[in-house]
Design a protein around this ligand. Sequence first.
Ligand code: ATP
Length: 229
Amino acid sequence: MLPLKIQSLAVSFPGLATPVLSIDALEIAAGSRVALTGGSGSGKSTLLNIIAGLERVRTGEVIWGGQDIARLSEGRRDRWRAENVGLVMQDFHLFAGLSALDNVLLPARLSRVSTPDLVKRAQELIETVGLKRPGQSVETMSRGEMQRVAIARALLRKPGIIIADEPTASLDLENGEAVGDLLLSVAAGAGSTLVIATHDQRMIERLNRRIVLRGGCIVGDETVREIAA
Ligand SMILES: Nc1ncnc2c1ncn2[C@@H]1O[C@H](COP(=O)(O)OP(=O)(O)OP(=O)(O)O)[C@@H](O)[C@H]1O
């Protein structure tokens, strides 16, 4: 359960007149399910990279549960990310030559936390995302299959934070729905804070806060009231 607080964040790249991301203040409660929307180039991926600790922050604070990740060295940020964040990025970051199962387990093995229980959970997740061949090498997979491997990997350690960039973009309706179910059920079970950049209207409707970016600024922020079951 981790809340996020961003303050005075500005992200610039050399040669650009204005920052690509500029957020004065943003708070996300622990356990929220946030949809991040906005047109192409509005800053969604940049914001996800920043809150995942993938990119260094030079101006501002990005505080997850009291820890300002902008102040961490790269090595400590990497360790913090491995312990706290499940990531599904657009280019998946899978390792060619390894099977689906080995890709799902690789981060846990690198962090030396792989156990027989975790291997069993990896197998179950692969099945849940609808992959029939856990031993298949990822480079022979379709884009949609690779996406599902990346999702299973992100959810393996029931992370406190789940960050996904267009997680249903390569999937048909049925698999998109299954991936949405899985992200939401793992997030609910682990109390994870979920932040998803998406254009998928069905996915957006399943999330309880909608933040809209334009030109690197927040131009919309709506919390949808929970409907009692
Ligand atoms: N390393 C970089 N150097 C220069 N400009 C960059 C860099 N990375 C991102 N940008 C610019 O920052 C802006 C925001 O990019 P970003 O990828 O965050 O947008 P996005 O909303 O995720 O877009 P899309 O929906 O097309 O993926 C864009 O104008 C992009 O060209």
